[in-house]
Ligand binder design. Structure first.
Ligand SMILES: Nc1ncnc2c1ncn2[C@@H]1O[C@H](COP(=O)(O)OP(=O)(O)O)[C@@H](O)[C@H]1O
Ligand SMILES: [Mg+2]
Length: 548
């Protein structure tokens, strides 16, 4: 309000003093002289301040125009007499101070009284100063000027404070918004990392685990035997440094394996964060490649066996024909009555051996899928019950054989029952041979849906319903060096009089001939399970099968 003189209210019931004060101040101030406390309070009520419990006397004046007018008419300072007829100075002061809008107006008491308790009381109820009569005009003026500039300074500070508060509020809002954004971004990243199929682990400079996603935690446990917060010293059987400082500028995957609790393979790569002095730690990425490896190995085995099959098919056919000629000729000779007993016996030996040869050739033909299968739609459960009766004669009494039956469930496939019996026969005899000290054989039928119940065990296995037949034993298991060759024709680990190495080759060929797959799970010393997958027939086809 530059240029406008400050408004000074003077309240004194002594007219002479009021006059004197007016003379002192009129040159530099706009004046509101009042002869009593009541008049002074009336003035405030008139310009719109409530003085009884803070309610304005004229609420109608509470609009913007009136509030401007009110501000213009509000005194900047009050000179207030204490001893007045009617409402005394202390009372007036107390009433004004009770209104928050008036509370800031500096009040200077002017009085003839100068008892110390009066001075103290004056300050207690909110006066800023105290002047006793008779007063010195120059001093009074100086005091008024001082208190006005103090008031202005206070107001300026208050205004600054409001600005500062606004600023702070803005900063707080911004900080809150930023925190929200950071939270959102963190949640997005978390969701991504939490759901990654790879294990991701963050290490600090000391190679301590700072962060790991759920897979990462599992793998740390399996590969390093440690948890969050621990230092990674090794991964499986390799020093951590061999991953962190692999001599290549590019990230390199390294393969590691563990054999407890089961044989599993992993690919591990490390990426350093920062270089040299600025190195801030590293990120480890771990991928379980066990399934991938198995699928690849099975695919390779399938390819290799298909090649061997092609090779053997041709020879076996020719050989089969030769054997037919030999046995035919032997039979003709045996029909010759002039043949000596000795020569006859030799012919019998020849036909026996040729019979053995034919059975071997039959197995090889089955392996190379060049035998003829007579497939029908059939439910494997009742068939397996029948086969089970016969397998009992193949085993010793130290071996228990059982078949987990499913009541009410059907296992329809399109298959040659004799060839299926051959498959069961071969698998059971191998299980028996693997348990010379006795044990248990368990046969099982179930359904399998690749994709729905886990990854397809073979890359070219179609989605849909499959029937699985499994044969488990509690025998010797198959070692790593033998396992890749078990389906090879003529591969055997048994004595020549016990094994021909054609059992599994035949099973392999027969399963293939039925558009199926065969898988094996084994642990040395614990046992082996062979699983045969055959395409299941849908209900309509199965119903058709039942009519046959
Ligand atoms: N259930 C089994 N437990 C342990 N080893 C097995 C089992 N089945 C097959 N094998 C291994 O696979 C080899 C090949 O089996 P197979 O083709 O039936 O020929 P054979 O029984 O005449 O040896 C066996 O010699 C044996 O080493
Ligand atoms: Mg065998």
């Amino acid at each position: 309000m530059e240029g406008v003189k400050p408004l000074l209210m003077i309240i004194d019931d002594d007219v002479n003093i009021l006059k004197a004060l007016e003379i002192i101040f009129k040159a530099d101030y706009r004046l509101v002289p009042r002869k009593s406390g009541a008049e002074a309070l009336k003035y405030f009520e008139n310009i719109g301040f409530g003085l009884d419990g803070g309610e304005p006397a004229f609420p109608a004046m509470q609009n913007e125009g009136s509030s401007k007018k009110r501000a213009a008419n509000t005194p900047d300072l009050i000179l207030l007499d204490i001893m007045m007829a009617g409402l005394g100075g202390f009372e007036v002061c107390t009433r004004l101070k009770a209104n928050p809008d008036l509370e800031k107006i500096p009040i200077i008491f002017i009085t003839g009284k100068s008892e110390p308790e009066d001075i103290t009381r004056g300050f207690e109820i909110g006066a800023v100063d105290y002047v006793t009569k008779p007063f010195n005009a120059a001093e009074l003026k100086a005091r008024v000027v001082t208190h006005l500039s103090l008031k202005n300074a206070r107001e300026a500070i208050a205004a600054k404070n409001i600005l500062l508060e606004q600023h702070q509020k803005e900063l707080e809002n911004r900080a809150e918004w930023l925190a929200g954004e950071v939270k959102k971004a963190t949640m997005t990243i978390n969701t991504l990392v939490e759901n990654l199929p790879e294990g991701v682990v963050l290490l600090d400079v000391l190679k301590r685990v700072v962060l790991a996603n759920p897979r990462g935690k599992d793998y740390l446990n399996l590969l390093c035997g440690i948890e969050n917060g621990n230092i990674v010293k090794r991964i499986a059987d390799r020093e951590i440094d061999s991953f962190l400082y692999a001599d290549s500028s590019r990230r390199q995957w390294q393969e590691v394996k563990i054999d407890k609790p089961a044989l599993r393979y992993f690919k591990v790569a490390a990426e350093l964060i920062g270089q040299g002095q600025d190195q801030k730690g590293a990120v480890l990425v771990m991928i379980d490649t066990t399934d991938e490896r198995e699928i690849l190995q099975r695919a390779q085995r399938q390819e290799r066996l298909a090649a061997v099959g092609q090779l053997t098919a041709g020879i076996s056919h020719d050989f089969s024909n030769i054997l037919t000629v030999i046995s035919g000729t032997a039979r003709v000779c045996m029909g010759d009555e002039s043949l000596s007993q000795e020569a006859h016996d030799k012919m019998v030996a020849i036909t026996n051996q040729v019979g053995r040869g034919s059975r071997l050739i039959r197995q090889v033909l089955d392996f190379s899928r060049s035998s003829v299968a007579e497939k029908i739609n059939l439910d494997l459960q009742p068939l397996l019950k029948e086969i089970l009766k016969m397998t009992k004669y193949m085993i010793t009494d130290k071996i228990k054989i059982s078949f987990d039956q499913h009541r009410g469930e059907e296992f329809y496939v399109h298959a040659d029952p004799n060839r299926f019996q051959q498959v069961v026969h071969n698998l059971v005899s191998n299980a028996r041979d693997a348990m010379p000290e006795g044990g248990e054989i368990t046969l099982k039928l179930s359904h399998f849906f690749p994709g729905k119940e886990g990854k397809a065990p073979f890359p070219d296995m179609r989605y849909g319903k499959w029937v699985t037949f499994s044969c488990s034993d509690t025998g010797a298991g198959i070692s790593d060096d033998v396992l890749p060759r078990i389906f090879d024709p003529f591969f055997t680990t048994k004595d020549p009089d016990k094994g021909t190495g054609l059992g599994l080759a035949q099973v392999y060929g027969l399963v293939g001939q039925h558009e199926g797959f065969i898988d094996v799970k084994t642990r040395v010393g614990k046992g082996t399970t062979f699983i045969v997958y055959l395409p299941a027939l849908d209900n309509d086809a199965a119903a058709g099968g039942r009519k046959i």
